[in-house]
Design a protein around this ligand. Structure first.
Ligand code: PLP
Length: 385
């Protein structure tokens, strides 16, 4: 059969991260600062809660929306952090990671051709998820000079009649940038002026280092036009459990639930039980892991700057985004050569949007000795350029 693959798929570029990792496969002695994943295993009490439930024979579907106990815990957790109440019955949906929640929200809110503004460099799935839902991603470039933060005036100018939503992510993958309350206030003002929805992916919120994380949703009014996404993958080292959630007004959650009930039915019950344990007794372990990431953050930033790879101190997440502009080679060439010559895998900044070129992303959620060895190898590599 001709044209058996839909155009939307043939036109979709492969993930720049995966593409690069095909090169790594089969290589030995590679130090990878590539994949954005904790090097810790899930804390044992969380694993045990799921194991115990399986031993008890608890292996069924749950409600499409997810276990009520988990939705209640999430509602209480959001209330504690923001003072905003979400009704566990109608305003929270448990999803297969933030990844599924992103897909659902795009398909729920977008009419064909409607625009979503995405500050860039950004997480690799934002553009493709928007396009697959029939929307049009519009990138708002941010620069090192702006600390990779949104300039509210530029945002204001970019919004037009076709703009349906703004997609925020902070702390950011790949730059680590985050926002103060005053900075968020300016973004809220622009969103309110133009009546756009704000999808806010705060999956790295707990991994904010020098200050407290401020949630985009801070009162009843912001709740009305926001879709808050969060999950357990990063701070609780639960990437493989595939569990996250969306909190939003009932009409949006209702729409998302319709798609979710046909395409997924429900998130895995063992993962939902584990997420309950993470919310009830998971913060101590999460804070210990965070302390460790913080030490590695300081180490890698100091070392990269010593090597002349100018690197701002990221406020959160577990990535650094140093500049390689002064070397005069593009980021794909830098990463390919570094991998071939020194067996160190880092991701080209261009994988996160055109404006990421001239940078590379390194994930420092790896062993400190490996960070030190990677730095040694990068130092040797730089002398060959
Ligand atoms: N959002 C951001 C910004 C991410 O960096 C990632 C994973 O790297 C995800 C969402 C996916 O999260 P989950 O594992 O909950 O699907």
């Amino acid at each position: 059969m001709k044209n058996r693959i839909a155009k939307a798929i043939t036109q979709m570029p492969p993930s720049g991260i995966r593409e690069f990792f095909d090169l790594v496969l089969g290589m030995k002695d590679v130090i990878s600062l590539g994949v954005g994943e904790p090097d810790f295993s899930t804390p044992w009490n969380i694993c045990e809660s799921a194991i115990y439930s399986i031993e008890q024979g608890i292996t069924s579907y749950t409600s499409n929306s997810g276990m009520l106990e988990l939705r209640k815990l999430i509602s209480a957790d959001i209330y504690k952090r923001t003072g905003v109440r979400y009704d566990p019955a109608t305003e929270i949906l448990i999803t297969v990671g933030v990844s599924e929640a992103l897909d659902l929200v795009m398909r729920t809110i977008l009419e064909p051709g409607e625009k979503v503004i995405i500050p860039a460099p950004c997480y690799v799935s934002y553009g493709p998820m928007t396009s697959l839902a029939g929307g049009q991603p519009v990138y708002l470039p941010t620069t090192k000079e702006e600390a990779f933060k949104i300039n509210p005036e530029k945002l204001d100018r970019l919004i037009d009649k076709k703009t349906k939503a703004l997609l925020l992510n902070f702390p950011s993958n790949p730059t680590g940038a985050s926002y103060t309350e005053a900075e968020l206030k300016q973004i809220r003002q622009v969103a309110e002026k133009h009546d756009v929805l704000v999808i806010t992916d705060e999956i790295y919120d707990i991994l904010t280092y020098d200050t407290d994380h401020h949630c985009f949703v801070n009162n009843k009014k912001t709740k009305e036009y926001s879709v808050y996404l969060n999950g357990f993958s990063k701070a609780h080292a639960m990437t493989g459990w595939r569990i996250g959630y969306a909190a939003a007004p009932a009409d949006i959650i209702g729409g998302m639930t319709k798609i979710h009930q046909y395409s997924i039915l429900c998130a895995p019950i063992a993962a939902q039980i584990a997420a309950c344990e993470a919310l009830k007794h998971g913060m101590e372990a999460a804070n210990e892991m965070k302390k460790d990431y913080n030490r590695r953050r300081k180490l890698i930033v100091a070392e990269l700057n010593r090597l002349g790879l100018e690197c701002h101190m990221p406020e959160g997440s577990f990535y650094v985004f140093p500049s390689i502009k002064h070397l005069g080679i593009d980021s794909v060439e830098f990463c390919t050569k570094l991998l071939k010559q020194e067996n160190v895998a880092v991701i080209p900044g261009s994988a996160f949007g055109e404006c990421g070129n001239g940078h590379v992303r390194m994930c420092y959620a790896i062993d400190t000795q490996d960070i030190k060895e990677a730095i040694k190898r990068i130092e040797r590599f730089l002398t060959t350029l």
